[in-house]
Structure formats: C-alpha cells, structure tokens
Design a protein around this ligand. Structure first.
Ligand SMILES: CC(C)(COP(=O)(O)OP(=O)(O)OC[C@H]1O[C@@H](n2cnc3c(N)ncnc32)[C@H](O)[C@@H]1OP(=O)(O)O)[C@@H](O)C(=O)NCCC(=O)NCCSC(=O)CCC(=O)c1ccccc1C(=O)O
Length: 266
C-alpha cells in the first residue's frame, strides 16, 4: 500500500511524520484510515534510516477525534471485531522499536486521546484539548484506552476521565502526566523538531531495548483489550449504543435511559 488517501507519510532527516489527513472530520479515523496508519507504521518501524516517528493530525483544529461517527452504523466501516482495527493500531504504536511522539495540535478526543496515551511521548500546543467521550456516544475503549491511561495518569484520574467525559486543557494534561511538554501553537513544530534531533543522537538499539522494557510491564493490557473489543462488538449491537451515535450525529443529548434494556448498569 502506498497511495494513501487518509494519511500523509513523509520522512525528513530520519524522522517519519505520519499525519491523519481528514481535517473536515476533525481527523476522525475510519477503517481505511486505521489500515493506512498501520501500513505507514510498519514502514517506519523496519526502515533503519528512521529513528523517530511523529504522529499528528492535519490543520489546527484536531489531532484526532477517534472513530468517525458518520461511518458508524452499529459498527464501523472497516475490518475486525468492531469494524476498526484499533487494537492492532494501538499495539503497533507500542511495537515500533523506536520512539513515537504524538504532536498534539488540537482536539485529542476519544480514540485520539487513546493514541496519545499509547505514544511514547506527547508534545502539545497550548490550544490542544484532551478527553474521552465514549460513555457519551455509546462506546468505550476497554484496553489501552482505560488500563494504560490509568498507568499514565493514575487510577482516580483515569476513572474521572472516562466516567465524566470532561475536556482537559493542555496545561491540565501536562499536570496529570498525559503529555511531556506544552508550547504555544506557533512553536509546536520547532519543539517537536528539537526532541527528534535529541533522540536521533542516541543509540537506536538502546532506545529499542528501553522501549520494549517499558512495554513489558503493561503488555498484559493487550489481552484485556482483546476481551474488551469482543464485548464492545456486542455493545455496538444494542439500542443504547445506537442512541449515543444517533445523538452525536443529530447534535442532541443522548437519552440512554429511555432506550432498550440490553445493556448493563441501568
Ligand atoms: C471533537 C469535539 C469535542 C469538537 O467539538 P466542537 O468544537 O463543538 O465541534 P463539533 O461541531 O462537535 O465538531 C466539528 C465537526 O467535526 C465533526 N466531528 C468531530 N468529531 C467527529 C468524529 N469523531 N466523527 C465524525 N465527525 C466528527 C462534527 O460532526 C462536526 O461536523 P459538522 O459537519 O460541522 O457538523 C466534538 O466534535 C466531539 O466530541 N466529537 C466526538 C468524537 C467522537 O464521538 N469520537 C468517537 C469516540 S468513541 C470513543 O471514545 C471510544 C474510544 C475508542 O478509542 C474507540 C475504541 C474502539 C473503537 C473505536 C473507538 C473510537 O474512538 O471510536
């Protein structure tokens, strides 16, 4: 695969930059977007001339806002259990044997926030906003999105993020350890370049070993994610989940408690 439609892929001075290029959808991903991201990450992973991967979104509104709700009809439009190979994508960000930096240029919401969580490092513009919205739109990311987030920001904060679906500023994300640095929007690229240059001066093998050893401690979460996706595919078939997607698309508040009785937690 090389003729990408949903992403951009460029390599400069050992840095692979992968950009989700769907600004009209606030860089939400559909099945094809995930497949292209997976393909580009594989390329970057095994090219020895590449030392760092930068993941970002195009434009200045959004880094990524998760699954494309307009491509969601009781499941998304691609392959896998829920029509989006997100667990493969998230796992691959962790498997790439070099640092992956999230360059967060705007909203990192839902699955976008999960991508930030999975990246090794994250650098945000002052205008970035973070949060999970699953319980508001009839979804959840029950793997790295929950359990790894808890490792990153702490159990109480992660539960707050998921249970209340609030939005957090870049400074709040910095304070909770979700990002490494916050800079004015105009300085984002220069800051990311600085971090990449420093990394490029390091031993690639030492970095790869360090990354894998960090991962070893949290790799069991991948199994939880697989189990969770199996449950999510059943949840997507319920009236409760359909109500969340419909409410988002119709720009109204969801009425979860008025719909069918299939789900738990009523
Ligand atoms: C991102 C917002 C907070 C922006 O809010 P606001 O500034 O008020 O602008 P809006 O008018 O809401 O949006 C502008 C414009 O963009 C469109 N848009 C935004 N996000 C999406 C999206 N995800 N899909 C499709 N379109 C989107 C929006 O419709 C507007 O278009 P107009 O044509 O101008 O009307 C806000 O938009 C927001 O909260 N978006 C919700 C994003 C969302 O629902 N994401 C999916 C979340 S599901 C989840 O979190 C589960 C977690 C997960 O990771 C996962 C796991 C397994 C499978 C899938 C997922 C997954 O992410 O879906």
């Amino acid at each position: 695969m090389s003729d990408y439609t949903d992403i951009l892929f460029e390599v400069t001075a050992g840095v692979a930059r992968i950009t989700i290029n769907r600004p009209e959808k606030y860089n939400a991903f559909r099945g094809k977007t995930c497949d292209e991201l997976i393909d580009a990450l594989h390329k970057a992973a095994w090219d020895r001339s590449i030392g760092v991967v930068v993941l970002t979104g195009s434009g200045d509104k959004a880094f990524c806002t998760g699954g494309d709700q307009s491509a969601h009809d009781g499941g998304y439009d691609g392959r896998g259990l829920i029509g989006l190979p997100v667990e493969e994508l998230q796992g691959l960000i962790r498997e790439v044997p070099k640092p992956v930096i999230a360059r967060v240029n705007g909203y990192a919401i839902g699955g976008g926030n999960v991508l930030v969580t999975c990246c090794d490092l994250a650098i945000a513009s002052e205008t970035a906003q973070f949060g999970q919205v699953g319980p508001k739109v009839g979804s959840v990311d029950p793997g790295f999105g929950t359990a790894l987030l808890a490792r990153v920001v702490g159990e109480k904060k992660a539960r707050e993020i998921w249970f209340l679906c609030r939005r957090y500023t870049a400074q709040q994300a910095l304070a909770m350890g979700l990002v490494n640095a916050v800079v004015p929007a105009a300085e984002l690229d220069a800051e990311v370049d600085r971090w990449c240059e420093e990394i490029m001066a390091m031993s690639p093998t030492a970095l790869a070993i360090a990354k894998r050893s960090f991962n070893a401690d949290s790799d069991s979460i991948r199994g939880i994610g697989g189990l969770g996706m199996q449950a999510l595919s059943l949840y997507y078939g319920t009236a409760e989940s359909h109500e969340g997607v419909a409410a988002f698309l119709e720009k109204r508040k969801p009425r979860f408690r008025d719909v069918g009785k299939e789900g738990e937690g009523k």
